[in-house]
Ligand binder design. Structure first.
Ligand SMILES: *Cc1c(COP(=O)(O)O)cnc(C)c1O
Length: 373
């Protein structure tokens, strides 16, 4: 509870469209206060449209979606899975859930996501050691799309299925194509801090009917529709509730507008550059359109980064350091990794600045002023 009062301006608080009550009322009138239901189906079809996918399974978290993605690809105990090192821990945890081992791959400098050249090097190196990983999980960190073309080519060449963790990137696109369609399976998150929220939720997207059916089956306690309550497999309770889906629909209509707002916030922050506190950022290249989920900047050195965070904290403003590279984290340190030092450098220098859709111009001016002293 104390945490709550520490900040006047939050990093990425949820925002409302104003249509939430209307959507909730529909659910209450239907009295479908359960997993699955009309609103879930409608949300799934909207997500399929956005990401140009054949199948969508709405779930109660993005983490659950990653877990089911690995299950559907038959990744199991003792298997290896390539995983982007520079990501939120939820990208890697599902690998542990299925008893497999992550092999971390460092990031490249243009998007801060999985380095395709390094991935290919790792595949070849492991091949010599007779290790053939079962899947690749990459992410679009902070909403900046990864070098998808190269990653998909490598997945194809070496016949390793690829999972797109688009949890932070809804609203981002490459050559006009939305994220959520770049991989054998894609996942989204609707956690409270993401661009669009269902107060906790996620989705799995794919064009493969078998994978979609498997994911849906596993998400609903592995109940076989034909045989009633006979269960031939251990399942999970991962389905999205109808109430959450209603919230998601009320929010999804605002996606374009909210992404626009986030992009404006990001642009304004670039003015911080005027002072001695030089900041760096990544631009959009090669047809990339980023949702700028969080406004992220690199400071000149570690000390100026910490100083900036301290200044903001003293003024009741929440900021956050970059994701700690997963290969550096206690729980995963013993795992294999192919590193260039990129993610470590990002962790040393990077800050996420307040990026809420509701951030006012005055609030942003204040932040820019504080950092530009
Ligand atoms: C938020 C997030 C997830 C997990 O989503 P949840 O819905 O919170 O379970 C996975 N990967 C990344 C990169 C995320 O940012």
């Amino acid at each position: 509870m104390k945490e709550k009062n520490k900040y006047r301006i939050f990093l990425s608080p949820p925002h409302q469209s104003g249509q939430e009550l209307e959507y909730f009322n529909r659910v209450l009138q239907e009295n479908w206060l359960a997993p699955g239901g009309m609103q879930v189906e409608q949300l799934e079809s909207q997500l399929k449209n956005i990401a140009n996918r054949k199948y969508c399974v709405a779930l109660n978290s993005g983490t659950a979606a990653l877990h089911l993605a690995l299950k559907a690809l038959k990744v199991g105990p003792g298997d290896f899975v390539f995983c982007q090192s520079f990501s939120f821990v939820a990208t890697a945890n599902p690998i542990a859930y299925v008893g497999a081992h992550p092999i971390f791959i460092d990031s490249e400098a243009t998007t801060w996501n999985m380095d395709p050249a390094l991935l290919e090097e790792a595949i070849v190196d492991l091949h010599h050691k007779n290790i053939r990983p079962k899947a690749i999980i990459y992410a679009h960190i902070y909403g900046m799309p990864a070098l998808v073309k190269e990653l998909l080519r490598i997945s194809q060449t070496y016949q390793i299925p690829i999972i797109e963790d688009a949890a932070e990137a809804l609203g981002s696109s490459i050559d006009g194509k939305s994220v959520g369609q770049f991989g054998d399976i894609s996942i989204l998150s609707f956690n409270g801090n993401k661009v669009v929220t269902t107060a906790g939720g996620g989705a799995l997207l794919t064009d493969d009917e078998e994978i979609a059916h498997k994911a849906l089956m596993l998400a609903t306690q592995a109940r076989s529709l034909n045989e009633g309550y006979q269960h031939t497999e251990v399942g999970y309770n991962y389905r999205m509730s109808n109430l959450s889906a209603a919230l998601g629909q009320a929010q999804l209509g605002m996606l374009k507008k909210w992404v626009n707002q986030k992009r404006n916030i990001f642009q304004s922050y670039q003015r911080i550059n005027a002072s001695d506190l030089q900041v760096e950022w990544i631009d959009e290249v090669n047809g990339i359109y980023a949702n700028r989920w969080l406004s992220v900047f690199l400071f000149r050195n570690h000390a100026t980064m910490l100083e900036a965070m301290e200044t903001l904290l003293k003024n009741g403003i929440e900021s956050r350091r970059f994701w700690m590279p997963l290969d550096k984290m206690g729980i995963y340190r013993i795992q294999k990794a192919y590193l260039t030092g990129m993610a470590s450098r990002l962790f040393e220098l990077g800050i996420c600045l307040p990026s809420g859709v509701g951030l006012t111009v005055d609030e942003q001016q204040e932040i820019i002023h504080l950092l530009s002293h």
